[in-house]
Design a protein around this ligand. Structure first.
Ligand code: NI
Length: 208
């Protein structure tokens, strides 16, 4: 897609995430207020993270994994596709850079790349791709239904678009946000595009 289209999409979805997180925080506040006023304390339909949840996928070695596989570690998770010309490689480089900056602390963090183009991104394709960024980076693929489910859980938009240059080929539009999930799988933070590796590493380390 064109750079302008990419920027517009990225901005739109960054805003959507900010709104989602704001709503979630507001929900938390509501739950606290309820508790303080002596009510049951469980807010109904609020105070629940709107990002993340259960998933079942296949890793770059062909092994089935779920969200439970990564419990006890922080997940640094990003969605994209290996044919992506610029946005995905840039973000994956930032994630790899943040892992380096974290030094020994990086042991607590599992960087994950989830493809939203499972038709082309087989485990074998992902295996070749992820190792270019960081040997610790895991690539996840799945069926169309599994991909739709994890993207929905993480509020990731993706869509197949025709390539103007080649009628037989296609590209993918997708939102570009890196998420940090806690050892319990709960949402902790997100990193919009243009976050640098130093900033990302500092934010991650602030949760340890
Ligand atoms: Ni991309």
């Amino acid at each position: 897609m064109t750079p302008i289209r990419t920027i517009a999409l990225v901005a739109a979805f960054a805003l959507a995430i900010v709104a989602a997180v704001w709503l979630w925080r507001s929900g938390d506040g509501l739950a606290v207020n309820k508790g303080a006023s002596g009510e049951a304390g469980q807010a109904q339909g609020t105070g629940k993270p709107l990002v993340g949840g259960p998933f079942a996928m296949t890793d770059q070695n062909g092994k089935p994994v779920t969200d439970q596989t990564f419990r006890g570690r922080y997940m640094l998770i990003y969605f994209g596709f290996t044919f992506c010309p610029d946005v995905c490689p840039t973000e994956l480089q930032v994630m790899a850079g943040a892992m380096q900056k974290l030094g020994a602390k990086a042991e607590k963090v599992q960087p994950i790349f989830v493809t939203i183009d499972p038709d082309r991104d087989t485990p074998a394709v992902l295996a070749q791709y992820v190792k270019q960024f960081d040997p610790r980076l895991i690539g996840l693929t799945g069926t169309a239904a599994q991909t739709a489910a994890i993207a929905k859980a993480y509020r990731v938009f993706y869509e197949k678009v025709k390539d103007e240059q080649n009628a037989a080929d296609y590209s993918m539009d997708h939102s570009s946000i890196v998420y940090l999930m806690g050892p319990d799988g709960g949402f902790l933070a997100f990193f919009p595009p243009a976050t640098g590796p130093d900033e990302m590493a500092a934010k991650i380390a602030s949760f340890f």
